[in-house]
Write a protein that binds this ligand. Structure first.
Ligand code: AFP
Length: 349
């Protein structure tokens, strides 16, 4: 007999702790996880079932879609729309929100997701993942509009990701800490392998796309110059670097052994407000990181407090070890004081 708590048992036991629970949320989570197992299987088979490569289409952000981006989005939609737990969905791969077709019952939750984050890595067999965030549909609304999704990250009921790497991991928070599961391929179940994950406050590992260095604001340049200088500089100790170009993999590494991840805004035309998306990348990851004892900031404010204004809104992201995130935040405050109110896009020079 295998040892370990299955995901199914875990969520049912969690549900039992809340006497007034209807089980709707448990079913919703269970459907998301089933969809992710299907995505995991397609990612795993890749070239064998001809799902790698470009779909030759563009998403709303003007990014070329991979076949697997479209397939994963379709899997999520088909797995979730019938469930009766959702009032609507929104995804990186769909320009507008997805209304639940009238032939299906509706529920009290909204689901926002990035079906396959880091998909530029699909051809090179590097870790990628699905990110999701569950929000409550505002009271009395059965036919939500896009504005109903514009909820600050603090309002999230649950956030999670599934990492498709050498192993498939599910990491989840409902605001009571963070738990990690590993897919046992033989029995098709996630098993609780990483209970109560926490991030060390201190780290010596950073992740940033260094090729954008010349576009950064002075605060980011200062921080990175200092960590790169290592024991010869003001930090007095050496740092190491990693960059996977897959936020799920970077956040997972931080949860496993610490670190800081930065995708700051910079002075390139399409990155003046940041590169990553608030609702389905930054918010769920920030909720997880904070619940594990880390910090998540735009550099200037707490990500989870930002009021969204668009479905596909971008935002600067600095997340991970508390001490480091706070330092980056301090550098931004000092820089802004020095530059004394000059417009943000100018400050990147
Ligand atoms: P894709 O899903 O288009 O591959 O983007 C991945 C991502 O949103 C995030 O996971 C990475 O950290 C970041 O973009 C990588 O961006 P760069 O290619 O600019 O480094």
């Amino acid at each position: 007999m295998r040892k370990g708590t299955t995901f199914t048992r875990f969520i049912i036991e969690e549900q039992r702790r809340i006497p007034e629970s209807t089980g709707e949320f448990t079913l919703l989570l269970s459907s998301i996880v089933t969809a992710c197992k299907e995505i995991s299987d397609d990612v795993n088979r890749g070239q064998l079932i001809n799902v790698l490569g470009s779909a030759d289409t563009e998403n709303v952000q003007g990014e070329t879609q991979k076949k697997l981006d479209i397939i994963s989005n379709e899997i999520m939609i088909r797995a979730m729309e019938w469930s009766g737990n959702l009032a609507g969905m929104a995804s990186e791969e769909m320009e507008t929100m997805y209304s639940i077709p009238s032939r299906f019952p509706k529920g009290k939750y909204l689901l926002v997701f990035d079906p396959l984050d880091g998909s530029s890595n699909t051809e090179v067999n590097v870790s990628i993942g699905t990110i999701f965030s569950i929000l409550r549909c505002p009271d009395g609304i059965t036919d939500p509009k896009e504005e109903d999704f514009y909820q600050a990250g603090t309002q999230q009921v649950c956030a999670g990701y599934v990492l498709y790497g050498p192993a498939t991991n599910l990491v989840l928070t409902t605001g009571q800490g963070v738990n990690g599961f590993t897919l046992d391929q033989d029995i098709g179940e996630f098993i609780l392998t990483h209970p109560k994950l926490t991030i060390p406050e201190r780290t010596s590992e950073f992740a940033i796309n260094m090729s954008n260095q010349r576009h950064w604001e002075p605060a980011i340049k200062r921080y990175i110059d200092e960590v790169v200088a290592g024991e010869d500089g003001v930090r007095g100790r050496n740092f190491n670097t990693r960059w996977v170009a897959s936020m799920v993999a970077e956040v997972h590494r931080i949860l496993m052994r610490g670190g800081i991840f930065l995708y700051p805004r910079d002075n390139r035309d399409n990155v003046t407000k940041g590169r990553l998306r608030l609702l389905y990348e930054a918010n769920p990851m920030s909720f997880i990181i904070e619940q594990a004892g880390g910090s998540a900031s735009t550099g200037r404010e707490r990500i989870l407090s930002v009021q969204p204004e668009h479905l596909h809104q971008r935002i600067p992201v600095v997340i991970g070890a508390k001490e480091e995130v706070e330092r980056v935040h301090r550098y931004h405050i000092e820089m802004d004081k020095e530059l004394n109110g000059s417009p943000p896009h100018r400050q990147a020079n």
